[in-house]
Design a binder for this molecule. Structure first.
Ligand code: PAF
Length: 314
């Protein structure tokens, strides 16, 4: 199977590196110079908790170089989905499966438009991965990966992809309720990402403070309420417990949103807490905690260059 992973962020590098042990993998980057630099440094370098690995893989900014892929896996930021798909288009043929493994909601619409429901797959992964430099990552926590088709039925390609993921060491299951699984991940991100971004704490440290625990519980309760009102079948019964478990499993992880904040990048807040606020308005569920988290992260994004960095001596 020829797989194209789009986006050399933390997750993209991790997947491309791991999958390359089992099948032909290409990493597609929008930045041609960075693509060359990653190849020149010998590909992907990953630090695990108990060792390290290296994967020499082809990295390109030209999807034309790849040929038609069997599967394209989108790992870019949620707000880059459209550009990522357009860039990958030359590698997308009549039978190519397109899988989004991105955070947040709202990624499937562009994929659906381009390839139709039969070949649109969505998924979530709970692996904690930190990007330390270009093509260099730290694998901070194991987690389950779940994929599924928008139609609910698993195509032979999706089943093959699942097998390859699992044999490459990325334990993967297929779900017929992928929307429920996506919402479940969304709820988990609601409980962790903005809180870590605003406090600069690691995932595990959110459980050490009363304040973060209180806001976490409120934001989660609102998100679950919105999902229920939308008749989403959430797989977990108790999301506070579920989030606490993810915090413990990825305790040393710097969440993706905190990584964005530290790097001065735009965050995925619109696709996480922003979705809860927006959907809450549509289905008449009050979402005060999510509104505050959303507004503060937005303020951070908009106030670059205007914030106090350190206090002047008087
Ligand atoms: O966005 C993230 O960082 C991850 O989805 C998660 C699960 C919160 C782990 O850090």
């Amino acid at each position: 199977m020829r797989i194209v992973v789009v986006g050399p962020g933390a997750l993209g590098c991790f997947l491309a590196g791991k999958l390359s042990n089992r099948t032909e993998v290409w990493l597609l980057d929008h930045d041609p110079l960075r693509a060359v630099r990653i190849v020149e440094q010998g590909g992907i370098h990953c630090e695990e908790q108990d060792g390290r690995w290296k994967a020499k893989i082809p990295v390109t900014a030209r999807a034309e170089d790849i040929g038609i892929a069997d599967a394209v896996v989108i790992c870019t930021k949620a707000y880059h989905t459209r550009e990522a798909l357009l860039q990958a288009q030359p590698a997308i043929g009549k039978h190519t499966l397109v899988l989004s493994l991105q955070n947040g909601m709202g990624n499937s619409e562009f994929i659906l438009d381009m390839v139709g429901a039969e070949r649109t797959a969505l998924g979530v992964t709970h692996h904690g991965v930190i990007k330390t430099a270009e093509g260099r990552i730290q694998h901070a926590g194991e987690g389950m990966t779940c994929i599924g088709s928008l139609t609910g039925k698993a195509s032979p390609q999706l089943k093959t992809l699942k097998k390859i993921f699992s044999s490459a060491g990325i334990k993967t299951t297929i779900s017929e309720n992928i929307l429920g699984i996506l919402w479940s991940k969304l709820v988990i991100n609601v409980g962790i990402n903005a809180l870590t971004a605003l406090t600069h704490l690691k995932n595990g440290q959110l459980l050490d403070f009363e304040g973060t625990q209180e806001v976490m519980a409120m934001a989660l309760q609102e998100a679950v309420c919105v999902a229920k009102r939308k008749k989403i079948k959430l797989p977990e019964k108790d999301y506070l417990k579920a989030v606490q478990k993810v915090c413990r499993q990825t305790d040393i992880n710097v969440s993706s949103m905190l990584q964005d904040i530290l790097a001065g990048r735009r965050t995925e807040i619109d696709h996480i807490n922003g979705v809860i606020v927006e959907e809450g308005i549509k289905c008449r569920v009050a979402t005060p905690a999510n509104t505050v988290l959303y507004s503060l992260v937005k303020t951070w994004e908009q106030s670059a260059g205007q914030r106090v960095v350190r206090q002047e001596a008087r």
